[in-house]
Ligand binder design. Structure first.
Ligand code: NAD
Length: 257
């Protein structure tokens, strides 16, 4: 029997109902973890949990509600008795410049992309400390490392995640608590189709749209959610035991220039 890289570990993954989060739920289960994951889309969450079996549990959570974050951490601990890994993945992408971003969009973006990451992180810390250690991986973005156009609130939020990662890594380095971030570049997820990034949802149109977006990137293609999940796995498991405060671009070279 193979021994997974996350054997006997308990992971809590936020925003696991789709995209990068769902790909990470799948990979972590394959690697032997017990996984609790959150998200707001109940039907999708329950379907994924049912498909993956008894080592996976879906917890309906709206991370913009701080009390909901508290409840989900408490439920995960009650169910599994511990949490070894937190993947702060839930996030929204919003558009707008300084002038066209509404206060509502600004607050909504920061509430989920920043405040919820802080809230979830501080909620797991006492458990990590009591267990003698733990790992947090934040999902930032290449737009947390460099600026981006027409996405001011989003870029500000991901820049904040980058600084939260570094600063928390230093604060907790002596406690065997490692805190790192992945910084994905353009990564194809269902949301791109749902949000109308392509003219229509015909597979041929999508393929053509992906080829056009990818052509502008150094590796000539966009990423896949599974490729980000593999980087998250590396940061979650003992292979990265001497790495903390790192920002790992998973962007096909986009931020190398
Ligand atoms: P996605 O929309 O499929 O995933 C977002 C997840 O967050 C979903 O599960 C959604 O249900 C959940 N979510 C949204 N609002 C929530 C809320 N209030 N409470 C709880 N859950 C909520 O898209 P994705 O691309 O997989 O995004 C995942 C993360 O990756 C985000 O933080 C995003 O900023 C980051 N990212 C994505 C890309 C990309 O190109 N796909 C690039 C860089 C960074």
């Amino acid at each position: 029997m193979t021994h997974g890289r996350l054997q006997d570990k308990v992971a809590l993954i936020t925003g696991g109902t789709s995209g990068i989060g769902a790909a990470t739920v799948r990979l972590f289960v394959q690697e032997g973890a017990q996984v609790a994951f959150t998200g707001r889309r109940q039907a999708k969450g329950e379907a994924l949990a049912q498909e993956l079996g008894s080592n996976v549990h879906y917890l309906y959570t709206d991370h913009t509600q701080l009390a909901d974050c508290e409840r989900c951490v408490a439920e995960a601990v009650a169910r599994y008795g511990r949490i070894d890994i937190l993947f702060n993945n839930a996030g929204i992408v919003t558009k707008g410049t300084a002038e066209t971003t509404s206060l509502h969009t600004w607050q909504e973006t920061l509430d989920l992309n920043v405040t919820a990451v802080w809230q979830m992180s501080r909620l797991v810390l006492p458990h990590f400390r009591a267990q003698g250690g733990g790992v947090i991986i934040n999902n930032a973005s290449d737009w947390g490392l460099v600026g981006g156009q027409d996405a001011l609130a989003y870029c500000v939020s991901k820049g904040a995640v980058v600084q939260m990662t570094r600063s928390m890594a230093l604060d907790h380095a002596r406690e065997n608590i490692r805190i790192n971030a992945v910084c994905p570049g353009d990564t194809f997820v269902e949301r791109w189709v749902e949000k109308g990034y392509f003219e229509d949802s015909d597979p041929v149109t999508i393929k053509q749209g992906l080829a056009e977006t990818g052509a502008a990137l150094p590796m000539g293609r966009v990423g896949q959610a599974e490729e980000v999940a593999k980087a998250v796995l590396f940061l979650a498991c003992d292979d990265s035991s001497f790495i903390t405060g790192a920002l790992l671009p998973v962007d096909g070279g986009n931020t190398a220039a």
